[in-house]
Structures are given as C-alpha cells and as structure tokens.
Design a protein around this ligand. Structure first.
Ligand SMILES: [Zn+2]
Length: 170
C-alpha cells in the first residue's frame, strides 16, 4: 500500500521553516504559482512550476514528494540556492508550490519524466534540439548586446553559433 505522495502542511513547514511557510502561503493565495506540472521520478513525485519572483519575473521551482513528506527541492531564487547543484530549496517559493499543489492538484499537468522522454529520442533528434537551444541562447545574447553593449561579455556569449541555413532534413 502506498501513501498519498502529497506532503502535509506540517511537512511543508518542516521543510522550509515557519517564516518561509507563512510567506509561501501568502504567495500561494495570491495565485503566484503557474504552469505547474508533475511527473514520476525514482523515489517519488516531482512537482514543478514557475512562481512569481521579487528580483526576477519568476523563479523555476521544483520539489520531490513521497509518502506525505518533502524529500528534495530546488528554486532558482537566491534563497533557494539558485541553479547550484547543491540547491536545497528551502524558500517561500517551494512552500507556495507545494501548498498550491495540495489545494489544486488538478491545476498541475501530469506528464512524463523529461529524462525518460529524452532517452527515447534518436541522436539526430537530440542534435536538432541542442542546436535549437544554442540558437535561442545566441538570440538572448543579441538582446543583451542591444540592451547594453558596454556590459556585454563576448567571451561568455554564444554569438558564434550561426543560424543553420540548411533546410531541416526530411
Ligand atoms: Zn525560491
């Protein structure tokens, strides 16, 4: 018999602490959690969403839940650990994410683990996806340069990724 994966409110409070629990609850009530989705991972259910941010338009937030507990979390905000691999995700956004999932599980799309999806794709498909990502990064670089040429760091940029003039392979 498996218990419900949904963490209790107490489990969420234990994970982020009382201060961030209260702030996260307010965020959740404000509808700050959007584009939620869930999928199964080894050892639990992964819950992801974007949450309206203070220093950025939104943060990307994820948590893993199993048997009514929180087992892992990460958030791209400064408190949540940013994009560091060691991110602990003990911030108000993680609280908002989990409390919203408790209250409105139907608002979260159920999907497939992206790793499973990627593992099934051919080398050619993966190459196309990576090229598309690099081109998108290059476009972002162009925007950064237009915004502030003085601050633009050409060494860190992906501007050398040229658009591919060849039509996509049939
Ligand atoms: Zn956060």
């Amino acid at each position: 018999m498996s218990l419900s994966p949904t963490p209790t409110a107490e489990a969420v409070r234990d994970w982020v602490g009382g201060k961030y629990y209260d702030r996260g609850k307010a965020l959740a009530e404000d509808g700050a959690v959007n584009d939620g989705r869930t999928y199964e991972v080894p050892g639990g259910t992964r819950i992801c969403a974007r949450v309206t941010g203070t220093y950025a338009p939104f943060y990307r937030v994820a948590a893993t839940a199993a048997d009514g507990r929180v087992t892992a979390a990460a958030c791209t905000c400064p408190v949540g650990g940013g994009t560091a691999e060691w991110a602990e995700g003990r911030c108000k956004h993680v609280a908002a994410l989990l409390l919203t999932w408790r209250k409105r599980p139907d608002a979260f799309d159920q999907g497939e683990n992206p790793r499973t999806d990627l593992a099934r794709r051919s080398k050619e498909e993966l190459a196309e996806m990576v090229l598309a990502l690099l081109n998108r990064a290059a476009e972002t670089d162009e925007e950064a340069w237009e915004r502030d040429p003085e601050e633009y760091d050409a060494d860190a940029a992906d501007w050398h990724v040229a658009p591919d003039p060849a039509p996509p392979a049939a």
